[in-house]
Write a protein that binds this ligand. Structure first.
Ligand code: CTP
Length: 403
């Protein structure tokens, strides 16, 4: 998405200017073309030589450099970019932007352009919370300036709070997102997603079946969030209380075996999410006609284990989706059991939730989940199933954009 995008990177004064070097490296790694501009204060924190070496471009610093004016005037410099990024953006440069100052190269470029601008503020926590800065942020947002960060944390000055510059990776993601928005693209445009949802019904006879409890609400919410993120969605669903979202490609099934067949037919895909509550067992012989009561004699049913759909797909040598996500519905030792499931089933992520009856998760509108990945366990607050779906899809988009 960043290949051959022309980014004018304005580095202003602040200790986090050192992170701009990493930002340049990452942006160039994704194929962006960086033209760096530094204020006099920025040059006190990082050397123009380092910036220029990493950017593979000369650094523009001086408004009145005649050579530069002959090569490329400041108007041309700001207009030839697809995006202007100010990182770090000091309180001072933001104040200048609000007031429309043009007394150095950076402020002049920012005034002389109609190119979209992204600002990554970095400053001391008190400077950030000062009414003047807060006022400036509102004004800049009204002027359609985009923001990333600042983040919370410890600062070089020894204080702690809001004001740390966003991490280079976050800035890169935001830039990616801005270009997608400019192109009218969404984060998962061009990606194919597969979702299993609902429950399976394993017939005993024409009127009876074995099933799990599941409304299909979480699976539908995930499919919806994937659609909103621009993905093409294959939705394989067993019986559910919630209708499939409009816009997905639906395949309706009843049993686990049918679900596996439908899932395999829907491959290949980029991401597969297994939200269905699949019955673990089926009866070996399904009775063709209704089983009748026989004077108190109890029927004996022989069970067979159903295929594990998630595990089958996750262990495929050929055509395995790049990202395979399972769910772990647990009532005890949630994280421990879910981690074991992640290993056993061979999926990349597992969304673990407590489905004990007292949680009301089954059939309810809310879910409290832990997202388990190779990076560790991320515990989310209890929230609506729609919010869980949006957050999960945001994470999916983040890794798919990184690819
Ligand atoms: N799953 C599946 N096929 C099965 C059973 C489960 O695809 N036959 C998937 C579910 O969709 C879910 C994950 O595996 O993403 C875990 O399901 P869960 O019911 O929590 O686990 P089980 O494998 O059934 O294990 P157990 O019942 O022992 O907890």
């Amino acid at each position: 998405m960043l290949v051959n995008r022309r980014i004018l990177l304005i580095i202003t004064g602040g200790i986090s200017a050192f992170k701009s070097l990493d930002l340049i490296r990452r942006l160039r790694g994704k194929g962006a073309l960086i033209t760096p501009v530094m204020t006099a204060a920025a040059a006190e924190f990082v050397t123009p030589l380092s910036v220029s070496a990493l950017a593979g471009q000369k650094v523009y610093q001086d408004l009145f450099n005649l050579t530069d004016e002959a090569e490329m005037g400041h108007i041309e410099l700001s207009r030839s970019a697809d995006l202007i990024v100010v990182a770090p953006a000091s309180a001072d440069v933001m104040a200048k932007m609000v007031a429309g100052h043009a007394n150095d190269l950076a402020s002049t470029l920012l005034l002389a352009t109609d190119t979209p601008v992204l600002v990554a503020p970095a400053m001391n926590v008190r400077m950030w919370h000062h009414p003047a800065t807060q006022r400036n942020i509102v004004r800049l947002s009204e002027d359609n300036i985009h923001f990333v960060g600042p983040n919370q944390g410890d600062m070089a000055c020894g204080e702690s709070g809001l004001g740390r510059m966003a991490e280079p990776m976050e800035i890169v993601k935001t830039i990616d997102q801005l270009f997608m928005d400019m192109d009218g693209k969404k984060p998962l445009s061009g990606k194919r997603a597969l979702v299993t949802s609902g429950r399976t019904h394993e017939p005993i006879d024409p009127v009876r079946y074995i099933a799990n409890r599941s409304s299909g609400a979480q699976g539908s919410a995930i499919a919806n969030a994937l659609l909103s993120a621009g993905a093409e969605v294959e939705f394989v669903t067993g019986p559910a209380d919630v209708a499939p979202p409009v816009g997905v490609q639906v395949t309706r099934v009843q049993t686990a075996k049918e679900m596996l067949k439908a899932v395999e037919a829907a491959l290949p895909c980029d991401v597969a999410i297994f939200a269905a509550a699949v019955a673990d067992w089926r009866v070996v012989v399904e009775n063709d006609s209704k089983m009748k009561k026989e004077n108190g004699k109890l029927p004996i049913l022989e069970f067979a284990e159903n295929p594990d759909i998630l595990s089958t797909v996750a262990h495929r040598d050929v055509g395995r989706p790049a990202l395979v996500i399972g769910f772990a519905a647990e009532t005890d030792n949630i994280v421990k059991n879910a981690c074991a499931k992640l290993d056993k089933k061979g999926c990349d992520w597992i969304v673990a939730n407590d489905v004990s009856p007292e949680t009301g998760v089954m059939g309810g509108n809310e879910n409290a989940v832990h997202l388990i990945t190779a990076q560790g366990v991320d515990t989310w607050d209890r929230m609506g199933k729609t919010k869980v779906a949006e957050r999960l899809v945001q994470k999916i988009s983040d890794v798919m954009v990184e690819e």
